[in-house]
Structure formats: structure tokens, C-alpha cells
Design a protein around this ligand. Structure first.
Ligand code: COA
Length: 228
């Protein structure tokens, strides 16, 4: 696998800065290939038997999360993992972490300013035709056609949505429970349809959520959030 270089990291950082709502901060890092040590021993206990790649992704993710938290005035602290795999953010903060193929980023915000926050990073050249079929909603398919990069954008935006809602709702929507419209002139997405399978209050909140995205070389990064 080609290792992302420092330029890619800087480009991702710059792209993310342009997407972020003012009340949120981010951290971006390259994932190391040589084994790294956990910054806080207690964070990594559940990964004692994991392969180096997974441990390093986790370590970079935590580092990015602490960078993002530091920008909003939070002192460095351990971010353990709960029983659902979610990072436990310091009280009065929220955040989200993503890693993909050697790159990693995280976003964080004060819980007084932000209620939902999800981030996702994906490669744009990996979705198989079968996976595209699973991800693309009938209302999206005319625009997407067989464009792998656009389908990857939808995949990523729906993962960011999943991560944004999960800490509050614990919902497990599938990819066709939400249809998104890509607004390429503003690099945002809007919600076209949300399935009746989801609770009414979550559907109402979803319609108010914001989505933004940016392509960075052969990656796409997406954000989903709702400010208070
Ligand atoms: C949980 C999930 C969203 C993670 O996404 P991913 O692309 O596989 O992986 P990413 O690297 O982007 O994100 C992983 C990070 O997300 C966080 N995370 C894990 N589970 C999470 C959850 N349920 N909710 C929010 N964040 C979660 C963790 O920080 C994790 O990294 P860490 O273990 O190093 O701390 C994904 O595996 C999943 O289960 N998706 C469900 C299907 C779906 O997305 N449907 C969308 C329908 S709208």
C-alpha cells in the first residue's frame, strides 16, 4: 500500500479547515507504519492482541483527537473506548475520529455549541460495483451512475451521519435509509429522504443536520454536524 506523504497530510488538514464549522477543531496525522506506543496505557488495553496497523490507527486517532481538543482549550487526557467502540470524550466536549489507508483525522467541539458531530475519511477508488449498489439510494442513482468517486462520497457522508447520530440515538440505519443530494458548487450535501424506519425525532433532527465534503487526491473527507 503506498504510504501517504506529508503533502497529503497537509492537504487534508487544509481541506478540513475549510469544511469545519467555526465552533469545531480538527487534528490530522499520517498513521505510522512502525509499531508505536500508546500515549495513555489505559486507552489501548482492548487492543493488546491487535495487529500493528490497527494499533497505530488507534494511536494516531487518539493523537488527532487530542490535537482537536487542545484547540478548544481541553488539556490532554486519556480517551478510553466504551463498550460500543465509541471514544469517551471529556465532559462538555464531543468529537469523532476516522482513519483510512494511512491517514487519520479527528474533530472536536464544545458540547455547549455542538450536539451532533461525525467525520469520515475514505479512499475514492475502492468501492466495488456491488458495494456501490448497497450504498446508493434509488433517489441518488441517476446522479451517481457508475461514478466510483461520487458513490464513495455518499458512502463516506452516510458513515459520518452514522457516527454523528450514534452516541445519542444508538440507531443502526442502513445505507438506503437516507438519500442525499450532492451540491458540488458549495461542497455540501442535503437530505432528500429519510426512512420511516428511523424514530420520528431522529428523522426531524436529521433534516436539520449539515453535511460538507472535500475530495483530497484519492480520498474524500466528509463531515456531518448540528450546532446548538
Ligand atoms: C462504526 C463505523 C461507522 C466506523 O466507520 P469506518 O469507516 O469503518 O471506520 P473509521 O476509521 O472511519 O472510524 C472508526 C472510528 O469511529 C469511532 N466509532 C466506532 N464505533 C462508532 C460508533 N458506533 N459511532 C460513532 N463512532 C464510532 C471510533 O473512534 C473508531 O476509531 P477507533 O476505534 O480507533 O477509536 C462503521 O464501521 C459502521 O459500523 N458502520 C455502520 C454502517 C453504516 O455506516 N451505515 C450508514 C447508514 S446511514
Amino acid at each position: 500500500m503506498p504510504v501517504p506523504n506529508i503533502n497529503q497530510t497537509n492537504e487534508l488538514q487544509a481541506a478540513l479547515q475549510t469544511l469545519l464549522p467555526v465552533s469545531a477543531s480538527c487534528g490530522v496525522q499520517q498513521v505510522a507504519s512502525e509499531a508505536e506506543a500508546f500515549e495513555y496505557e489505559e486507552e489501548g488495553r482492548h487492543l493488546a492482541n491487535s495487529v500493528i496497523k490497527r494499533r497505530n490507527e488507534f494511536i494516531s486517532g487518539r493523537r488527532c483527537a487530542r490535537m482537536a481538543l487542545n484547540h478548544i482549550g481541553q488539556v490532554s487526557c486519556a480517551l478510553p473506548t466504551d463498550s460500543n467502540g465509541l471514544p469517551v470524550w471529556p465532559s462538555a466536549t464531543i468529537g469523532s475520529i476516522t482513519h483510512s489507508r494511512g491517514l487519520c483525522c479527528a474533530v472536536a467541539a464544545s458540547a455547549e455549541k455542538m450536539i451532533y458531530l461525525g467525520i469520515d475519511l475514505e479512499k475514492t477508488n475502492r468501492l466495488s460495483p456491488r458495494a456501490m449498489e448497497r450504498v446508493v439510494h434509488p433517489l441518488e442513482s441517476a446522479v451517481i451512475g457508475d461514478d466510483q468517486a461520487l458513490a464513495s462520497l455518499l458512502f463516506s457522508a452516510k458513515e459520518a451521519y452514522f457516527k454523528a447520530q450514534f452516541p445519542i440515538w444508538g440507531a443502526q440505519p442502513n445505507f438506503k435509509d437516507i438519500a442525499l443530494q450532492i451540491e458540488s458548487d458549495t461542497q455540501q450535501l442535503s437530505v432528500l429522504e429519510i426512512s420511516m424506519n428511523l424514530p420520528a425525532q431522529l428523522r426531524e433532527v436529521t433534516l436539520r443536520m449539515k453535511f460538507s465534503y472535500k475530495f483530497v487526491r484519492d480520498y474524500v473527507v466528509t463531515l456531518c454536524w448540528l450546532e446548538l
